[in-house]
Design a protein around this ligand. Structure first.
Ligand code: ADP
Length: 512
C-alpha cells in the first residue's frame, strides 16, 4: 500500500461545499467546490436541500481527488488519504428518516428567523437568558433548538415518527458523516462538542445533552447524535465510496475550525473571519467564560480525551454582504473588489458613517428592532464616501466586538489573526489595525476553516503529532500595523458609536 501523504477536509458551508486535500506541511494540494441552491420560501426563511448537499459533497470529493492526481502527477486515491475531517455551517438543522435516509424537510439554515414565536414561547418561562448559564447563549432564532422544534411541530407526521425513534437530527457535519460512513447501512450518528454547543441543547460543562431543555422543547432525545470530541477516529468511510476505509477523524463547526487552523491554542489568542458576516473567536482556556457583554460562550475544540477548550464568540451579521449590497442594490460598483477603488477616490469618509443594521444588530448589541442607517451626510459627500463608510463599518463593528470580548475575558489582545474574503481589501485591513490599535496578521494558507478540520483529523490518526505541528506550519503572509494617532482613533470611534445609536428602536407598528 502506498504511503498516506494527505488529509482530506470536507467544508460544508452556507453557500458551497468543498473538499480540500492538504499535504503534511498544511499546504493545499487540490480543491473541489460546488455551490448549492439557496431556497427562500418566505421573507426570513432560508433553506437548503440536504440531498443536494450530500450529492455535492460526494461530487467535490471526486473532483478534489482528480485534481490532486493532476497536481501531484500520479494517481491519488483513498490509499493516499490518512484521514477525513469535516467542518460545517453551524446551527443549520436537518431531520431525516433513519430507515430511508430521506430528510423529512429541507435543511433550515442558521440565518432563518421563522422560529421567533417558538423563541418567545420558551423565553416566556424565565426570560431569554434562562439557559445561558448552561448553554452559553441567549435564546434567539440562531441556535438549532427552535429550528428543530419548528420541524417537529409543523411537518406532518414528524412528531409521531420522532417519538417512534425513526427520525434523526443533525447539523450538516452529522448529516455528512452519517452518509459518509454508510447511511442506512450503519452510518454513524455523531456530532462533536463544538457543533453541539450551538444547538442550545448541550451543557457546556458536562458536554451532555440537557434532558430538561429537550423535555421542555419537546425534542425526543433518541433523535440526537452522540457527542464526540473534535479529533478522534469516529469510524471509517463506507466501502462503496471513493474514500473507502479512510478514517473519519475530525469534526468542528466552521468558526471553531478556523480558530484551530489559525493555531489559536493559547488563552487570549483570537481570530476574525471576514466573510458575508464576521465571526471573532477568542480562546479562553479550559473553563467556559460567561459573558456580560453580548458574546456567546462556546466550545472552541476538544482533542480526544484532552481537556475541553472554550471560546468567546462575537458574531456580526452584515460585513461582506454590505459590499454585495453596494454592488447589487445600489449598483455603485460592478464587483466586490471595486469597492476599494471607489473608496480610494476620496481622502477619508467625509464624515459619513454607515451602520448596516439590515436585520437588526448582532453582537454586542443584539437589537432586533434596529435598522440600517447612513448618517453624517452633507451636500459635499459622494458615492466614494459611502463606499468608504461601508468598508469602515466592518472595522468599527469588529472593534466593538473585541472591546466586549476583552471586558468579558480580562485579556488584552496582542494581535488579531484574520482570514476570509474581505482580507483581500488592503484598505480595510489597514483601517482595522488602526481602529484596533494592534497588528492584524494574515496567514499564508487563508483556507483556515478546511485546514482546521484537516489538522483535527490528522492529529487524531497521528499524521500530525499534535498542536505544535499546527503552530510550526502556520506562516505569516501579511501584516498591517496601526498608523493613526490615538486621538483620531478615539474621535472616529465616538462618532461610530453615536451613529449606532441612531439605528435603535426603529421597528415599531408603523415599520415592519
Ligand atoms: P463567505 O465564506 O461568507 O461566503 P468569503 O470569505 O468568500 O465569504 O468572503 C466574501 C465576501 O467578501 C463577500 O461578501 C464580498 O462582498 C467580500 N469581498 C470579496 N472581495 C473583496 C474585496 N477585494 N474587498 C472587499 N470585500 C470583498
Amino acid at each position: 500500500m502506498s504511503q498516506k501523504n494527505f488529509v482530506l477536509a470536507i467544508d460544508q458551508g452556507t453557500t458551497s461545499s468543498r473538499a480540500i486535500i492538504f499535504d503534511h506541511s498544511g499546504r493545499i494540494v487540490s480543491v473541489g467546490q460546488m455551490e448549492h441552491e439557496q431556497i427562500f420560501p418566505h421573507a426570513g426563511w432560508v433553506e437548503h436541500d440536504a440531498m443536494e448537499i450530500w450529492n455535492n459533497v460526494r461530487e467535490v470529493i471526486g473532483r478534489a481527488l482528480a485534481t490532486a492526481t493532476t497536481n501531484v502527477g500520479k494517481a491519488i486515491n483513498h490509499h493516499d488519504i490518512a484521514a477525513v475531517g469535516v467542518t460545517n455551517q453551524r446551527e443549520t438543522t436537518i431531520v431525516w428518516d433513519k430507515n430511508t435516509g430521506i430528510p423529512v424537510y429541507n435543511a433550515i439554515v442558521w440565518q432563518d428567523t421563522r422560529s421567533q414565536d417558538l423563541v418567545n414561547r420558551l423565553a416566556a418561562n424565565g426570560g431569554p437568558d434562562r439557559w445561558r448559564p448552561f448553554v452559553g447563549e441567549t435564546l434567539s432564532t440562531y441556535a438549532s433548538i427552535t429550528k428543530l422544534m419548528w420541524i417537529l411541530e409543523n411537518v406532518p407526521g414528524a412528531r409521531e415518527k420522532a417519538e417512534a425513534g425513526d427520525l434523526l437530527f443533525g447539523n450538516p457535519d452529522t448529516w455528512v458523516i452519517w452518509n459518509l460512513t454508510g447511511g442506512v447501512n450503519g452510518g454513524l450518528h455523531i456530532t462533536d462538542v463544538t457543533n453541539a454547543s450551538r444547538t442550545m441543547l448541550m451543557d457546556l460543562k458536562t458536554l451532555q445533552w440537557r434532558e430538561d431543555i429537550c423535555q421542555e422543547a419537546g425534542i425526543p432525545m433518541s433523535m440526537l447524535p452522540a457527542i464526540k470530541s473534535s479529533a478522534e477516529v469516529y469510524g471509517e468511510c463506507r466501502q462503496d465510496g471513493l474514500l473507502a476505509g479512510v478514517p473519519v477523524a475530525g469534526d468542528l463547526g466552521d468558526q471553531q475550525a478556523a480558530t484551530f487552523g489559525q493555531a489559536c491554542f493559547e488563552p487570549g489568542m483570537a481570530k476574525n473571519t471576514y466573510g458575508t458576516g464576521c465571526f471573532m473567536l477568542m480562546n479562553t482556556g479550559t473553563e467556559p467564560q460567561p459573558s456580560e457583554n453580548g458574546m456567546i460562550t462556546t466550545v472552541c475544540y476538544k482533542i480526544g480525551d484532552q481537556p475541553t477548550v472554550y471560546a468567546l464568540e462575537g458574531s456580526i451579521a452584515v460585513t461582506g454582504s454590505l459590499i454585495q449590497w453596494l454592488r447589487d442594490n445600489l449598483k455603485i460598483i460592478d464587483s466586490a473588489p471595486e469597492v476599494n477603488e471607489l473608496a480610494a477616490s476620496v481622502e477619508d469618509n467625509g464624515g459619513v458613517y454607515f451602520v448596516p443594521a439590515f436585520s437588526g444588530l448582532f453582537a454586542p448589541y443584539w437589537k432586533g428592532d434596529a435598522r440600517g442607517s447612513i448618517v453624517g451626510m452633507t451636500r459635499y459627500n459622494t458615492k466614494g464616501h459611502i463606499a468608504r463608510a461601508a468598508l469602515e463599518a466592518t472595522a468599527f463593528q469588529t472593534r466593538e466586538v473585541l472591546d466586549a470580548m476583552e471586558a468579558d475575558s480580562g485579556v488584552k489582545l496582542g494581535q488579531l489573526r484574520v482570514d476570509g474574503g474581505m482580507t483581500a481589501s488592503d484598505m480595510l485591513m489597514q483601517f482595522q489595525s488602526d481602529m484596533l490599535g494592534v497588528p492584524v496578521v494574515l496567514p499564508v494558507v487563508a483556507e483556515t476553516t478546511a485546514l482546521g478540520a484537516a489538522y483535527a483529523a490528522g492529529i487524531a490518526v497521528g499524521f500530525w503529532s499534535g498542536t505544535q505541528d499546527v503552530i510550526d506550519n502556520w506562516q505569516e503572509d501579511k501584516r498591517w500595523t496601526p498608523a493613526i494617532e490615538d486621538a483620531e482613533r478615539d474621535r472616529q470611534l465616538r462618532l461610530w458609536k453615536k451613529a449606532v445609536t441612531r439605528t435603535f428602536d426603529w421597528v415599531d407598528e408603523d415599520v415592519k
